[in-house]
Write a protein that binds this ligand. Sequence first.
Ligand code: SAM
Length: 282
Amino acid sequence: MLSYQHAYHAGNFADVHKHLTLHAVINHLLRKKSSVTYVDTHAGRGLYPLDAAETTRLREYRDGVFPLWKSRQTLTNEPLLNDWLEALASAQPDSSHLTYYPGSPWWMGHRLRKGDRQWLYELHPREHQLLAQQPFQEAVERIHGDGLKGLLQRLPVKTPRLCVLIDPSYERKTEYLEVAQTLLSAMRKARHAVVLVWYPLLPAGRHRELLDELRDAGLRKIWFGEFIRQSPGEGERGMYGSGMLVVNPPWGFDECLAAAMTPVINLLGASGAYRSGWWVGE
Ligand code: SAM
């Protein structure tokens, strides 16, 4: 079953949280010269025109990226957020208008250096086809296949460093544990990898299975950041928040991110909150 299409949700509050976290991690990784392989296990279609039929149906970006974009002139004193918004402007054909929202492949890949690599896995045939049409650099490999299996098959990588984003749609309840088991296997093959995992905060609380499995298996250095958009009761069955795990987070990245999340909460979440810290320390 592959019914989820990210275009319906492009640029929503969870995308902002996920891609800002990703941007902060990559900023820190780029401080060192040694090359990086970036793996996106669930890539989506890569770039989302905001006037696409799917995106205009729910227009979730209006409560996500849009308030930040509109206020960008007043956010210049917050370095990470300002940098992220400038990157977003550079993805537009006309930098004064927000017409596209870039997906994770772009946030990972638009700053590839000589020697860096990027692998993009996407299982949905149509999403993969749209991703394949994006004009990415030669070092970007687009694979029509299962990203969790593909990652494990191809580890370890040839570059000195590895950064992985695991961003499933969690359409199946078993995905939480599948992600945890894949992550644990991946860390056995690439101990120093920096791995980011997105998870939804839903009233059913299934993300706990993922978090508990990682802790109980003894994995260390797991950082988490959660953007609570509204209290769980308010959204009834809907997603009330967005969570990110980062295994082996770069030193100092969380302070930069926490500072950037303050104006994000003010602009996006009437009753919102952000919390972060170690899920499992060193
Ligand atoms: N990472 C994207 C971004 O931030 O722009 C969004 C990804 S979306 C949440 C999840 C995507 O994973 C969907 O496009 C779906 O078709 C794809 N997918 C689902 N199961 C997959 C699997 N086992 N391997 C690779 N892709 C998968």
